[in-house]
Design a protein around this ligand. Structure first.
Ligand code: PEP
Ligand code: MN
Length: 356
């Protein structure tokens, strides 16, 4: 089963913007947000959560069915398409009964294959688009697996939502963006339209612009931004919601970048620079091959003396030394560190295999 191109089921030009509150709270909050965001040209889809997966109990867990009726009103009064989060077959039935246009599954659902399978089973034979948020933890396979479960049931109008990953390390973000994962998922699931949810990545409204720009820099197809008429009084995710006016300002300031363009001069320049990169990468591989031959030789020597494949001291020194060399060349520390961790891990693996 293949993913249906997004422009076959949405009025899509360049990118899409989904706006609306984290949670539907009252009818007037929902309708006033919808009427305000409708005035922003780019916004074609309205979001509001009616069932909220909150971390702690005894907090606001969503308004439930009532909220779906408000979303129906939004559609009738503004013409915006509507979407909400679902986590089980009952939610899906209620959404379909209330003409919700698009469903999304949240990060806490994507993480659980049982739940995803239940949802996919109950969508079989229905023609409703589904947006799949990444799982809370940075496990790309779980995300790909969820997409596959929908495709297996013939649900092909799919969108991925990158909302960041939770981390135990101190971070300026509520959920670390780990940009290499949204980049990698495009290789693993060709044709998947990918949008970014900067609100849940940032966790604070001040960082939404920066995260959104980064999403456009890697050619994502859109944004989902939590929007509330009075964010500081919101019943959930207060700090990360923006007003409709702030949303408009954010969108105005963003540079949307396309993946391709039809300028011949630009294409020629790019091809010539890329052929330089190709030649350098080939040289890099030649060097890695020579390096690997030496790794083999060292491995043989270690076997003779019954020495382990890994010497922790050597690894620490090797990384430190390369980071210093890299610093002199103005290469980012984490980049040099990561590259040599991978190279060294491959050496240890090769030597371990020699010892088997
Ligand atoms: C949400 O969109 O309000 C939400 C709960 O998101 P996530 O699943 O990304 O935490
Ligand atoms: Mn939220």
């Amino acid at each position: 089963m293949k993913i249906t191109p997004i422009n076959q089921w949405l009025p899509f030009k360049d990118y899409l913007v989904i706006a609306g509150p984290c949670s539907a709270e009252t009818e007037s909050q929902v309708l006033s947000t919808a009427h305000s965001v409708k005035k922003i040209d780019r916004v074609k889809i309205f979001r509001a959560g009616v069932w909220k997966p909150r971390t702690r109990p005894n907090t606001f867990e969503g308004i439930g069915l009532k909220g779906l009726k408000w979303l129906q009103k939004v559609k009738k009064e503004t013409g915006l398409l509507t979407c909400t989060e679902v986590a089980n077959p009952e939610h899906i039935k209620a959404c379909i009964d209330h003409d919700i246009d698009i469903l999304w599954v949240g990060a806490r659902t994507t993480v659980n294959p049982f739940l995803i399978q239940n949802i996919a089973d109950s969508l079989e034979g229905k023609d409703i688009p589904v947006m799949i948020k990444n799982p809370i933890n940075a496990d790309i396979s779980l995300w790909v697996g969820a997409i596959e479960r929908f495709l297996n049931k013939g649900i092909t109008k799919l969108v991925g939502i990158h909302r960041g990953f939770s981390t135990a390390r101190p971070s300026p973000y509520r959920n670390e963006p780990c940009w290499k994962i949204p980049i990698e998922i495009r290789q693993k699931v060709p044709g998947l339209p990918l949008i970014c949810d900067p609100s849940h990545i940032a966790g604070s409204r001040e960082k939404i612009f920066e995260v959104s720009q980064k999403a456009f820099d890697i050619a994502m197809e859109g944004l989902m931004i939590e929007t509330h008429p009075d964010p500081d009084k919101a019943l959930s995710d207060r700090k990360q919601q923006v007003t409709p006016n702030q949303l408009e300002e954010i969108l105005k300031g963003l540079q949307h970048r396309k993946e391709f363009c039809s300028d011949e001069l630009f294409d020629d320049k790019l091809s010539s620079l890329r052929s330089k990169i190709d030649a350098l990468d080939k040289e890099l591989l030649d060097i890695l091959k020579v390096r690997m031959n030496i790794v083999h030789e060292i491995g043989q020597e270690k076997i003779k003396k019954n020495i382990a494949a890994l010497q922790k001291n050597r690894l620490d020194q090797l990384i430190d030394q390369r980071v210093i060399w890299g610093n002199k060349l103005n290469l980012p520390e984490d980049y040099v560190d990561e590259v040599f961790q991978i190279i060294h891990a491959a050496s240890v693996k090769t030597q371990t295999q020699l010892m088997e």
